[in-house]
Write a protein that binds this ligand. Structure first.
Ligand SMILES: *[C@@H]1O[C@H](CO)[C@@H](O)[C@H](O)[C@H]1NC(C)=O
Length: 124
């Protein structure tokens, strides 16, 4: 095996271990990000996205957002990356602090489904 390949392999393994280590901190079900929607009045809905990990900022939080039009929300809060696959990113992928809630409202004739799809924790 070449030296470069070995180096790459070890780097990959180290990264993998690091990831697993990080995951342990907020890997439990109760630390998964939460998306809560409440009807404020009539056609107005309030969305709260919360980083429920008490230790680590959350980054690159993606939501499943099938059929959610970009026109309903400021893209810096929720950016529709692909409307066909329903992939949205919260806060442009930037960190939400531990236990921080990001909130926005939208108006529509019915509630649009939003649920956590993927995310990473940025632990110390
Ligand atoms: C959403 O609407 C509610 C009720 O009208 C209001 O109290 C709240 O400040 C709004 N939130 C945002 C982020 O605009």
């Amino acid at each position: 095996m070449s030296k470069t390949l070995k180096f790459l392999l070890w780097s990959f393994l180290a990264l993998l271990l690091l990831q697993i280590g990080f995951g342990e901190k907020c890997g439990s079900k109760s630390s998964e990000p939460m998306v809560k929607q409440t009807q404020v009045k009539g056609r107005k809905y309030k969305v709260e996205v919360m980083n429920k990990c008490p230790m680590c900022p959350i980054i690159n939080l993606r939501l499943k957002c099938q059929g959610f039009p970009q026109s309903l929300v400021d893209p810096t809060l929720l950016r529709v990356l692909s409307s066909s696959t329903g992939n949205c990113v919260v806060n442009d992928g930037l960190p939400l602090s531990p236990m921080e809630t990001l909130s926005f409202n939208y108006s529509n004739s019915h509630q649009l489904a939003l649920r956590p799809l993927s995310w990473s924790f940025q632990c110390e």
